[in-house]
Write a protein that binds this ligand. Structure first.
Ligand SMILES: [Zn+2]
Length: 310
């Protein structure tokens, strides 16, 4: 009887994982949405809707000093204007301190953390942490918290970019999960939130591809369920630098929303029919949901000189 109930639980868990889809779009509120982040939002939205899944909006506002007043509202309004409506309440990372503290406590319990007091200048040059404080542990509570890198390879199959792997000790090294100023590190917050059991699929910019093994590593240590990943190409300016809110990329607010969505679909390798040229966002997104083909997204991490392609 006991084993039968255990196996029926296992079956229902498998069914849940296979049938449920929950994606998320997770901007940090450092400025308004630009064309590059709109492309990511459209891809994430379409993949969720094409799977009849949920789509969550998560504001990554853990970095107080970098948060720009009003940016979260501007992003929200911009998403609505482009027909990208999320499900449920907006999730704010700034409300998740308990979850992140719990994750850090668990990593500490596993003996996987240590305090690091190395100055920024002592670490400049080598991207891999040299292990200074790991070898000479501090026993009080000051400094950043790093997680120990194990000598293991973390590999995953990206739905767009294909196979990707990093050796955690050799390619990454011990990395920071809580900064010396007390702020939670991006890697920790994202891992805890994506691994909370709700998020099944992550569609995001390929600038985060090389962050993914660190996040999978943390989820593995914490016993969390890892999502399935798809990394869409990022847009690069003519000078080869990433379009960002800071560099004032082509303002999507200055253009009709339908035109921006059309451009995003084209950059994602989707080919809406000419009859939809000039259509409103909802019409374009309806078509694109029905015809979404992630296999047609360019298998590259970056698109340069993108305006010439449109
Ligand atoms: Zn150190």
């Amino acid at each position: 009887m006991k084993s039968r109930s255990a196996s029926s639980t296992a079956d229902s868990v498998t069914n849940r994982i296979e049938s449920r889809y929950c994606g998320r779009f997770a901007p940090s509120p450092t400025g308004p949405l630009h064309l590059g982040s709109l492309v990511t939002a459209v891809a994430s939205f379409l993949d969720a809707r094409a799977h009849h899944g949920e789509w969550q909006l998560r504001i990554e506002d853990i970095d107080g000093p970098r948060t720009v007043d009003g940016a979260a509202d501007a992003i929200r309004n911009s998403l609505v204007r482009h027909g990208l409506e999320w499900d449920g309440e907006i999730v704010r990372q700034s409300t998740h301190a308990d979850r992140y503290d719990h994750a850090i406590a668990e990593l500490r319990r596993l003996g996987m953390t240590f305090r690091c007091r190395c100055s920024r200048s002592a670490l400049s040059g080598d991207p891999i942490y040299p292990g200074t404080c790991r070898r000479n542990p501090h026993h009080d509570g000051e400094g950043a918290i790093r997680v120990r890198a194990r000598a293991i390879e973390i590999a995953f199959e990206d739905r767009i970019q294909g196979g990707y792997a990093q050796h955690i000790e050799r390619d990454v090294g011990d990395f920071v999960i809580r900064r010396r100023d007390g702020l939670y590190a991006y890697q920790l917050a994202v891992s805890a939130d994506d691994g909370d059991g709700r998020i099944t699929h992550v569609v995001r910019g390929a600038d985060l591809l090389d962050n993914t093994p660190r996040q999978l590593y943390l989820m593995q240590l914490l016993g969390l369920d890892a999502p399935i990943y798809a990394h869409v190409p990022v847009l690069l300016g003519a000078d080869g630098t990433k379009l960002s809110k800071q560099t004032g990329a082509r303002s999507i607010e200055a253009h009709p929303a339908g035109e921006n969505v059309w451009l995003a679909l084209t950059l994602l390798g989707q080919s809406p029919p000419a009859t939809l040229r000039g259509a409103i966002p909802n019409e374009l997104l309806d078509w694109a949901t029905r015809h979404w083909r992630i296999d047609d997204v360019p298998r590259t991490t970056a698109i340069t000189n993108f305006l010439a392609l449109c």
